[in-house]
Design a protein around this ligand. Structure first.
Ligand SMILES: Cc1cc2nc3c(=O)[nH]c(=O)nc-3n(C[C@H](O)[C@H](O)[C@H](O)COP(=O)(O)OP(=O)(O)OC[C@H]3O[C@@H](n4cnc5c(N)ncnc54)[C@H](O)[C@@H]3O)c2cc1C
Length: 408
């Protein structure tokens, strides 16, 4: 087990500097253009694929870093470059993690390469869980998966919403209800292979921020997928649902805790994205405050500005420490007794919203225009308190964990 240290080792520093270089040289210069276009930045994803950043290998290496700091470090640097473009680069990872977490070795080997494609022909993937009436309340999901035993096929029907890369993905991972009586324990995940009839893109959303990332509805009308597209296989699903039925009759806490642990482990990665955006805005504000002169002196000479920058930097560093602690806990198998993963996501996402707003104020009129990037960063930061569990849901999870109340 890796000892906890805040000193990055030489390999980690090398990766961080390499990612920072890509974020500064490739992502940041393209940010304003793709934000205005509100389209997936395919050429940037292709560049990332060419250098090896857009690949399963890269994420696997960071994921298996024994210190736990590989993923948060990578997320912070890429999102420092630009949140919308970075989400287009890492969005496929959401679907890939769904397959890695629940799939068989064969499914992992078959589908994950098709999610990424290669540098000459890049592809993306989508993870489709949310529905118009099932956002925070995942258990109220309505998309159905019915098994057609005669053909060994699953038939999917329903509408998914807010799916990152939804409809433009080569591979969609769709969560659907197999047994409605079991709530979220009756859900299963399915691969929808490329060009499967019945899957179509619904509305593409015009968004407030992260506009370089594609977000859309995914409509499933009698989508038939082969039996082998059920992640983990039917036998495992049947066993899992049988256990859930037994536990439902006798209290049911152990299953809930397993699902909780998964979220606690994934939320710090979103916290790290928020730290990247907050740090980017803080740096712009600091530079501006040192060079902008009013009343014959740089505006940073006013305590009202300098103290804001002091608070911004303090909060960003505190957010990073919470994120690193939670990532280290996840990697080293420490129990999240106080919902430390949710804490890190809550604090980092709220910090990003606050810090980017302060950055606009420090830049004055310039901060309010699209001539400077902080306006975009502030719009982008708003997503962090919404996806992967809203701030209210994080507080609910933390409070219920502390009080020992069940988490539904
Ligand atoms: C840009 C973007 C990308 C996304 N990408 C994906 C994706 O790739 N795949 C996917 O499946 N989903 C995705 N989502 C969906 C996202 O996870 C949901 O938007 C999120 O879970 C919140 O659900 P909701 O929007 O339905 O809000 P709701 O659940 O309707 O919540 C509305 C408000 O009520 C509050 N609230 C709800 N319940 C409670 C409660 N019990 N106590 C207190 N407050 C409560 C919430 O905090 C929020 O403030 C994405 C969303 C966006 C905006």
């Amino acid at each position: 087990m890796a000892e906890f240290t805040l000193e990055l080792n030489d390999d980690q520093k090398q990766v961080r500097d390499w990612l920072h270089g890509f974020a500064a040289d490739v992502i940041r210069p393209a940010a304003a253009e793709w934000d205005e276009r509100e389209e997936t930045p395919w050429p940037v994803i292709q560049e990332a694929a060419k250098v090896g950043i857009y690949s399963l290998d890269f994420y696997a290496q960071q994921f298996f870093d024994p210190t736990g700091l590989g993923i948060p470090m990578a997320m912070e640097e890429l999102f420092w470059g630009d949140a919308g473009i970075a989400l287009s680069i890492v969005g496929t990872g959401l679907a890939a993690v769904g397959v890695l977490a629940n799939g068989t070795e064969e499914q992992i080997g078959t589908w994950i390469p098709q999610m990424y494609g290669d540098a000459n022909d890049v592809k993306v993937a989508a993870f489709c869980s949310s529905e118009p009436d099932a956002g925070s309340d995942v258990a109220s999901m309505r998309t159905r998966a019915v098994y057609d035993q005669a053909k060994d096929e699953w038939v999917l029907n329903g509408t998914k919403t807010w799916a990152t890369n939804g409809g433009i993905a080569n591979v969609h991972v769709v969560v659907a209800v197999v047994d409605a009586e079991l709530g979220s324990k009756g859900h299963a995940s399915f691969i929808v292979p490329p060009n499967t009839p019945g899957l179509s893109q619904g509305q593409k959303f015009k968004k407030h921020g992260i506009r370089a990332s594609h977000t859309a509805e995914v409509v499933l009308e009698d989508v038939r997928v082969p039996g082998h597209c059920l992640l983990g296989g039917k036998e495992k699903l049947d066993q899992r649902m049988a256990r859930a039925r037994e536990r439902a009759q006798s209290g049911g806490e152990r299953v809930k805790n397993a699902a909780m642990a998964t979220f606690e482990a994934s939320r710090p990665a979103v916290g790290a994205m928020a730290v990247g955006t907050a740090r980017a805005a803080y740096e712009v504000a600091l530079d501006y405050a040192k060079t902008r002169t009013q009343f014959g002196r740089p505006i940073i000479d006013n305590q009202g500005i300098a103290f804001q920058l002091a608070d911004m930097r303090t909060q960003i560093d505190a957010a990073r420490l919470l994120v690193w602690r939670a990532s280290w806990m996840a990697t080293t198998g420490k129990p999240f007794e106080s919902a430390e993963g949710s804490m890190s996501k809550l604090y980092a996402s709220e910090t990003a919203k606050k810090v980017t707003a302060q950055a606009i104020q420090i830049l004055g009129g310039n901060g309010f225009t699209r001539e400077y990037p902080v306006e975009r960063m502030h719009r982008d930061a708003a997503i962090y308190t919404i996806f992967e569990g809203t701030s209210e849901i994080q507080r609910l999870v933390i409070a219920r964990t502390l009080s020992g109340m069940p988490i539904r």
